[in-house]
Design a protein around this ligand. Structure first.
Ligand SMILES: *[C@@H]1O[C@H](CO)[C@@H](O)[C@H](O)[C@H]1NC(C)=O
Ligand SMILES: *[C@@H]1O[C@H](CO)[C@@H](O)[C@H](O)[C@H]1NC(C)=O
Ligand SMILES: *[C@@H]1O[C@H](CO)[C@@H](O)[C@H](O)[C@H]1NC(C)=O
Ligand SMILES: *[C@@H]1O[C@H](CO)[C@@H](O)[C@H](O)[C@H]1NC(C)=O
Length: 962
C-alpha cells in the first residue's frame, strides 16, 4: 500500500522544489531545469499511481516498479533536505559571526567545531553544491526511466475521468435479519428498541435521530436490522424504509429509495424531494440510513427538512456510521449508541455457531481450547469471530486448527478479504496524508498508549504533516488526529479533565493488524527473541521504520547492512548500553531516533552526521553528557532528555539548533544549568523545565527567556545566589502564551528577595495554572488578583507569608497549600473578607465561587481555622464555596477544628489522614460527628491509620489529593 506514501512524498516534492530554486543552487549546472523536469515527471507518474497501487497486489512487476519509484522519491527528498540543511547551516554561521562581533575580544567564544569545518569558506561550499546538483541530475535520469516504463504497464490515468478505480465493493445491506449474527448485544438492543418505541413529549415535535456508531465489523448493521424487524417496532410505524447510503451521499438516490416503486424518473432534486414528502405525508415513519459517511451538513439538511415537515409525530431515523463526526453533524450525539468490543465469551458463541453450524456441540468440545485461543485473536470484533468461525467450517483436524492458531491473522487469506474489507473501506476514504499518518502507527507495538502530541511530532518528523511554508505549525497534525479518531481508527480515549480534548488513545488490535498488513515490508517490529532464534535475521532492504523490542543488556547490534534506509529507529523494553559509531554512520536517512529507557552512557560523536534527524528521544538513560556534534543537527525539532539523572551539562552550542521546537529536561537533577545559547532559539515552543542562574557566564539566566516564544507549561527553577530583579524583568514573561507556570526557589541559596522576583515574573493574564514553591517572602506576588482565568493554584514549601485573600478568584477550581511553616491561623481574610463584621454587609457575594477541591498538607504549626459562627446561607447575602466537593487535610496535627461554614457546602469527601486532633474530634459517634452528618448527610470521612508520608514535591501531593 504505497500510494499514500508516494502521494505524500510527491506533494512534498512538488511543493518543496521551488523554494530551493531561489537559492544559489540555480547557478550550479543545469540544476533548475533538472528540478523542473523532475517535478513534471512526477506529475505524470502521479496520474497513474492509483491504478498501479491496485495492480501491484497481483502484478509483481508493478510492485517492483512501485518500489523503485518510492526509492527514488525518498532519495530526492533526502537530497533536497541536504540542501535545505546547508541553508540552515549558513544561517547558523551568520548568527555565530554576529554573536561573536558583539563579544569583547578577550572573551571571544571559541568557534564551534562546525564553523571550523567550514572555515575553508566558499571552496568547500562550491564542491558541496556541485555534489547536490549531480545527485539531482542522476535522480532525474532515473525517474525519467521509471516514467518511460509506465508505457509498458498501460496504467489507467486518473485524468481520463476514471474516478472509481476498482474500489472494493461496498456490501449492500438489507433490512433482512440473519439471527445467527447477534450475540451479546442485548443491552444495546434494548436501549435501541426503547428509544424507537418511546414517545416522550419532548420528542413529539421534532424528528428523533438515533446514530449507531462503531468501527467496521462491530455489528452496527446487524443491531439495526434486529430492531427494524422487531414486531413491536413494526406495528408502531406506518412506514419503514431501509436505505443503504454508503458513499457518496446522493440525496436524489436516497429520496428515491424512500419513495420506493413510485419514484419519479426525474433527477431534479426539488421534484424528487417533493415526491418524497408526499409519500410520507402525515404518516409515522421509521427510516434507516445504513452506513452514512458524509459529514456535509448542507446535503443532510436538504434531506432532513422535508422529512421533518412531512412525517407524523413520533417519526424516527436510525443512522449507522463509523464516523463520530456524522453524529455531530446531525446534532444527534445525545441519542447516540456506541458499539464497543464484544466479550470473548460472546465472540466464542459466534465463532462456534459459524464453525459448527449444524452440529450438536459435540465437535466444538474437541476443539474447545483451541477455539478459545483463536477467538482471543478476534479482540471483540464480531465480524472477525464470524469470519474465523466460517473459515474453520471445513477444517476438522487438530493440525489444521493449530495452523490457523499459529498463523498471523493477516496471513489468512480469508481474514484478509473479509475482516479487513470493512477497514479497507474506511482506509480508502482517507486522504493521502491521513493514510500515511495512520500507517505510521504500525511501528508501535500493540496496545501502545498513543499520546496526541507525541504522535503529531512523529508525523512531523517524517514530514507527513505540516507543509513547509505553513505558518500555523502543527495544526494539520491535530486535524489528522481528530479525523482518525472520528473514523473509529482509535479507541479507549484519554481526555483532558478540564477541556475534554482527547489527549491519548489506543488502537484496536485488528486495526493494528490491518496497518501492519498494509506496511508489511516497510515497517517492522522485531523482537530480540526472534533475531536470536533465526541467527541473524536480515532486514529486508525495504524496511524504513524499525522497532526493536527486548534487546538485552549490551551493545545495540543490528546484524545487517540494511539499515541504510531506515527513517525511524525505536526501541521498547530494551537495555542497550552502547551504540557503535559504525552503526550510527549507517543510519544516515534517520528522521526519528527513540532510545528512551535504555542504559546508554554515551552517544558516539558520529550522531552529528545524521543531518536529517528531527526527533530524538534519549529519556531515561544513563547519559552523563551529549556529544557536541548534536548541535549540528539543524533539522532537529524535538529532543527528549527526561530523567537522564546523570546528565551534568548540555552542549554549549545548543543555540545552533535553530529548528528546535521542543526540549524536555524534566527530572535531570544533575543538570546545573542550561547553556546560554538556548536563549537564541526563537523556534522553541516547549521547554518543560528552565533552570536559571548560577555564577557561570555560560549558564542560561532568567533574562535569556526574553526571545523565546514559549507556550504551554513552564517550570522556572532558580538556582544559586539571589537572582537580580532587573534580569528577571527582562524575561518579559507576561508576553508568553503560557497556561501553566511553576516557579521554584528550592535551589536558590539566598532567596530573601523572592517576592520581588515573583513580582517581576508577572505571567500572561490568561494563565490557568500556577505553582509557587519554596517562596521565602512574607507577602504574595502582587499580580495574583489579576489572574482572572486561574483555575489551579498550588503553593508550598517553607513559606513564611500569611494567606492571600483568594476567595475572589472567580475561576479557581483547585487550591493546594502545603508545608507553609509560618501559618498558625487561617482567618476570614482567606475567604476574601476584611473581618468578621463584613458578614453583616448585605451586598451579595460569592466567595470561592468555583472551588471544587481544597487541600492542605503538612502545616505543622497550623492551629486554627477561623469560622463564621453566625453565618447561615439563609440570612446572608454571602455564599461560601458553593461547589466544594472534596477537602483533604493531611498531616496538620495541631489543627483543632474545622470551621462551621464547611459543613454548609456540598462537600462529599473529607480526608484527614495524620491530623490527629481533627480525627479525634470528628470520631464517628460523638457529638461533632452528629452535627456534621446532620447538616450534610452525604459526607464521608476517610481516615487511614496515620501513615508516614513524605511529600517530596508538589506533584506528589497533588496526586494524593486527586
Ligand atoms: C564567499 O562568498 C561570499 C558571497 O557568497 C563573498 O561575499 C565572500 O567574499 C566569499 N569569500 C571568500 C573567502 O571568497
Ligand atoms: C446467515 O448468515 C450466514 C453467514 O453469513 C449464512 O451462512 C447463512 O446462510 C445465513 N442464514 C440465512 C437464513 O440466510
Ligand atoms: C519512545 O519509546 C518509549 C518506549 O521505549 C515510549 O514509551 C515513548 O513514548 C517513545 N517516545 C515518544 C516521544 O513517544
Ligand atoms: C528566608 O528569608 C530570611 C530573611 O527574610 C533569611 O534569613 C533566610 O535565610 C531565608 N531562607 C532561605 C532558605 O533562603
Amino acid at each position: 500500500m504505497a500510494d499514500a506514501l508516494i502521494s505524500v512524498l510527491l506533494e512534498r516534492l512538488v511543493s518543496i522544489t521551488y523554494e530551493y530554486m531561489e537559492g544559489e543552487l540555480k547557478h550550479v549546472l543545469n540544476v533548475k531545469e533538472d528540478v523542473d523536469k523532475f517535478t513534471r515527471t512526477l506529475r505524470v507518474i502521479r496520474a497513474v499511481l492509483e491504478d498501479a497501487e491496485q495492480r501491484q497486489v497481483t502484478d509483481e512487476a508493478v510492485k517492483i516498479w512501485l518500489d523503485e519509484l518510492k526509492d527514488i522519491s525518498y532519495q530526492m527528498v533526502d537530497v533536497l533536505d541536504e540542501w535545505n540543511t546547508d541553508i540552515l547551516k549558513q544561517q547558523v554561521e551568520k548568527q555565530e559571526r554576529e554573536q561573536n562581533a558583539l563579544v569583547p575580544i578577550n572573551k571571544k567564544v571559541r568557534f564551534s567545531s562546525f564553523s571550523r569545518c567550514f572555515c575553508f569558506g566558499n571552496v568547500s561550499r562550491v564542491i558541496f553544491h556541485r555534489d547536490i546538483a549531480l545527485k539531482i541530475k542522476d535522480l532525474n535520469d532515473k525517474l525519467t526511466e521509471i516514467c518511460d516504463e509506465t508505457k509498458k504497464y498501460q496504467f489507467l490515468r486518473k485524468e481520463l475521468g476514471i474516478q472509481q478505480l476498482q474500489q472494493p465493493q461496498r456490501p449492500q445491506t438489507a433490512s433482512y435479519v440473519n439471527m445467527s449474527e447477534i450475540f451479546g448485544r442485548e443491552k444495546e438492543q434494548n436501549i435501541l428498541i426503547t428509544k424507537l418505541l418511546g414517545d416522550s413529549s419532548e420528542e413529539e415535535k421534532g424528528l428523533l435521530i438515533i446514530p449507531i456508531v462503531g468501527m467496521g465489523g462491530m455489528g452496527k448493521t446487524t443491531l439495526t436490522q434486529l430492531a427494524y424487524n422487531d414486531d413491536r417496532v413494526k406495528s408502531r410505524f406506518e412506514i419503514r424504509k431501509w436505505v443503504c447510503v454508503s458513499d457518496p451521499f446522493d440525496e436524489i438516490k436516497i429520496a428515491k429509495a424512500i419513495i420506493g416503486e413510485d419514484a419519479p424518473n426525474s433527477n431534479e432534486l426539488d421534484e424528487v424531494l417533493q415526491c418524497m414528502s408526499r409519500s410520507i405525508q402525515g404518516k409515522r415513519f421509521l427510516l434507516v440510513l445504513d452506513d452514512v459517511w458524509t459529514d456535509d451538513r448542507e446535503k443532510w439538511e436538504k434531506l432532513k427538512v422535508p422529512l421533518m415537515q412531512s412525517g407524523a409525530k413520533g417519526s424516527k431515523i436510525l443512522v449507522t456510521t463509523r464516523k463520530h463526526v456524522v453524529a455531530n453533524m446531525m446534532r444527534a450525539t445525545g441519542n447516540m449508541i456506541n458499539l464497543g468490543e464484544l466479550s470473548d465469551e460472546y465472540s466464542l458463541s459466534i465463532f462456534n455457531h459459524m464453525a459448527f453450524s449444524d452440529n450438536d456441540g459435540h465437535e466444538s468440545k474437541v476443539f474447545g481450547d483451541i477455539s478459545k485461543e483463536i477467538v482471543k485473536k478476534c479482540k471483540g470484533l464480531p465480524l472477525a469471530a464470524k469470519t474465523l468461525g466460517s473459515l474453520m467450517q471445513n477444517k476438522r483436524t487438530i493440525r489444521e486448527w493449530k495452523e490457523v492458531l499459529n498463523s498471523k491473522l493477516w496471513d489468512l487469506e480469508k481474514v484478509e478479504q473479509e475482516v479487513f474489507q470493512p477497514l479497507f473501506l474506511s482506509y480508502y476514504d482517507l486522504s493521502p496524508t491521513n493514510k500515511c499518518c495512520l500507517l505510521y502507527c504500525a511501528i508501535f507495538p500493540k496496545d501502545y498508549d498513543f499520546q496526541r502530541d507525541d504522535l503529531i511530532k512523529f508525523w512531523m518528523a517524517q514530514d507527513y504533516v505540516n507543509l513547509r511554508g505553513n505558518k500555523e505549525r502543527g495544526i494539520t497534525g491535530d486535524a489528522v488526529f481528530d479525523n482518525l479518531v472520528a473514523r473509529s481508527f482509535f479507541q479507549d480515549f484519554e481526555k483532558n479533565r478540564n477541556t475534554g480534548t482527547i489527549t491519548g488513545c489506543k488502537m484496536h488490535d485488528i486495526v493494528h493488524d490491518f496497518v501492519q498488513f498494509l506496511t508489511k515490508n516497510e515497517c517492522l517490529i522485531m523482537d530480540h527473541t526472534e533475531c536470536a532464534t533465526s541467527e541473524s535475521k536480515l532486514l529486508g532492504d525495504k524496511v524504513r521504520h524499525l522497532t526493536l523490542r527486548y534487546v538485552p543488556e549490551g551493545p545495540l547490534d543490528i546484524s545487517s547492512n540494511n539499515c541504510k534506509k531506515l527513517r525511524t529507529l525505536a526501541t521498547f523494553d530494551s537495555r542497550i548500553t552502547t551504540i557503535d559509531s559504525n552503526l550510527i554512520l549507517q543510519l544516515k536517512c534517520l528522521r526519528t531516533l527513540n532510545l528512551s529507557g535504555n542504559s546508554i552512557k554515551e552517544l558516539p560523536e558520529e550522531i552529528g552526521e545524521l543531518i536529517h534527524l528531527r526527533h530524538i528521544d534519549l529519556s531515561y538513560n544513563d547519559l552523563e553528557k551529549l556529544p557536541d556534534t548534536i548541535c549540528g543537527l539543524y533539522n532537529l525539532s524535538t529532543l527528549h532528555l527526561v530523567w537522564c539523572s546523570n546528565l551534568k551539562k548540555l552542549p554549549e552550542n545548543m543555540g545552533n539548533l535553530i529548528n528546535l521546537k521542543h526540549l524536555y529536561v524534566e527530572l535531570c537533577e544533575d543538570l546545573k544549568s542550561l547553556p546560554k545559547g538556548i536563549g537564541r532559539l526563537t523556534s522553541l515552543r516547549t521547554l518543560d523545565v528552565c533552570r536559571c542562574g548560577g555564577d557561570n557566564d555560560e549558564a542560561f539566566q532568567i533574562g535569556d527567556l526574553r526571545k523565546l516564544n514559549l507556550e504551554g507549561s513552564l517550570e522556572i527553577q532558580l538556582v544559586g545566589d539571589a537572582t537580580d530583579k532587573s534580569d528577571v524583568e527582562k524575561a518579559q514573561l507576561w508576553d508568553k502564551k503560557l497556561f501553566d507556570l511553576t516557579v521554584d526557589f528550592k535551589r536558590q541559596t539566598n532567596s530573601s528577595s523572592s517576592v520581588e522576583i515573583l513580582n517581576a515574573l508577572r505571567p500572561h493574564p490568561d494563565l490557568e495554572s500556577l505553582g509557587i514553591l519554596y517562596h521565602n517572602g512574607t507577602t504574595w506576588p502582587n499580580w495574583i488578583p489579576s489572574l482572572h482565568n486561574l483555575r489551579l493554584l498550588s503553593v508550598g514549601g517553607g513559606t513564611q507569608c500569611e494567606l492571600w485573600p483568594l476567595g475572589k478568584l472567580e475561576y479557581l477550581e483547585r487550591l493546594t497549600l502545603w508545608k507553609m511553616d509560618g501559618m498558625k491561623k487561617v482567618g476570614v481574610e482567606f475567604l476574601g473578607l476584611e473581618d468578621q463584621t463584613s458578614f453583616g454587609i448585605r451586598s451579595p457575594q460569592i466567595l470561592f465561587p468555583k472551588l471544587k477541591r481544597l487541600g492542605f498538607g503538612m502545616m505543622s504549626n497550623w492551629e486554627e481555622w477561623e469560622g463564621v459562627e453566625e453565618w447561615t446561607k439563609e440570612d446572608s447575602e454571602i455564599t461560601i464555596m458553593p461547589c466544594l466537593s472534596k477537602l483533604i487535610i493531611q498531616d496538620c496535627s495541631l489543627l483543632k477544628a474545622l470551621p462551621d461554614f464547611l459543613f454548609k457546602t456540598p462537600l462529599q469527601t473529607l480526608r484527614i489522614p495524620g491530623s490527629e486532633r481533627l480525627l479525634e474530634r470528628y470520631q464517628e459517634g460523638n457529638g461533632e460527628w452528629a452535627k456534621i452528618s446532620a447538616t450534610n448527610p452525604n459526607i464521608r470521612i476517610t481516615r487511614r491509620a496515620s501513615r508516614e508520608l513524605v511529600l517530596l514535591c508538589l506533584t506528589d501531593f497533588d496526586e494524593a489529593f486527586a
